[in-house]
Design a protein. Structure first.
Length: 134
C-alpha cells in the first residue's frame, strides 16, 4: 500500500469515527429528552458507519516521512473513540433508568391487579344437585 493510500485510509477512519461520535451525541440528546422515535434510524446509521470502518481494514505504519500526518489522524480517531465510549456509557445509564421505570410500572400494575382481585369476593359456585353431593 502506498504512503498516500495509507494516509487516505487513516483520514477516512478519523472522519468515520468523528461521524460516529456526532451520531451518538445526537442520539444521546434525543434519548435524554425522552424521544425514542428515531432509535432504529440511529441504529441503522451506526451500523453503516461501523461497516464502513470494517471495510477500511488495518492501516500500515508509515516511514518517518508521513508519520506526523498519520499520527494526527490516529489522534483524531482516538479522541473520537474515547468520546464514543463516554457516550455509550451515558446512553446505557439512560436506558437502564428507563428499564427500571418500566419495571416499576409493571410491578404497580401487578399489585393493582392483585388488589382488584382481592375485592372481588369468592368465586360463584355452580348449583349442586342433591344426588351428587358426596
Amino acid at each position: 500500500m502506498s504512503d498516500v493510500r495509507a494516509l487516505f485510509v487513516a483520514a477516512e477512519e478519523a472522519r468515520l469515527y468523528e461521524d460516529l461520535a456526532r451520531l451518538m451525541e445526537a442520539f444521546w440528546a434525543e434519548l435524554r429528552g425522552g424521544d425514542e422515535s428515531r432509535m432504529e434510524e440511529f441504529a441503522g446509521r451506526r451500523e453503516r458507519i461501523v461497516d464502513a470502518l470494517d471495510a477500511l481494514g488495518p492501516i500500515p505504519d508509515l516511514p518517518s516521512v508521513g508519520r506526523d500526518l498519520l499520527d494526527n489522524y490516529w489522534e483524531r480517531s482516538a479522541t473520537a473513540i474515547r468520546r464514543i465510549q463516554d457516550l455509550d456509557r451515558e446512553i446505557v445509564k439512560v436506558l437502564e433508568a428507563q428499564k427500571a421505570a418500566v419495571r416499576e410500572e409493571l410491578g404497580q400494575l401487578a399489585r393493582g391487579r392483585e388488589l382488584h382481585e382481592a375485592y372481588q369476593g369468592a368465586a360463584p359456585t355452580s348449583p349442586v344437585f342433591l344426588d351428587r353431593v358426596g
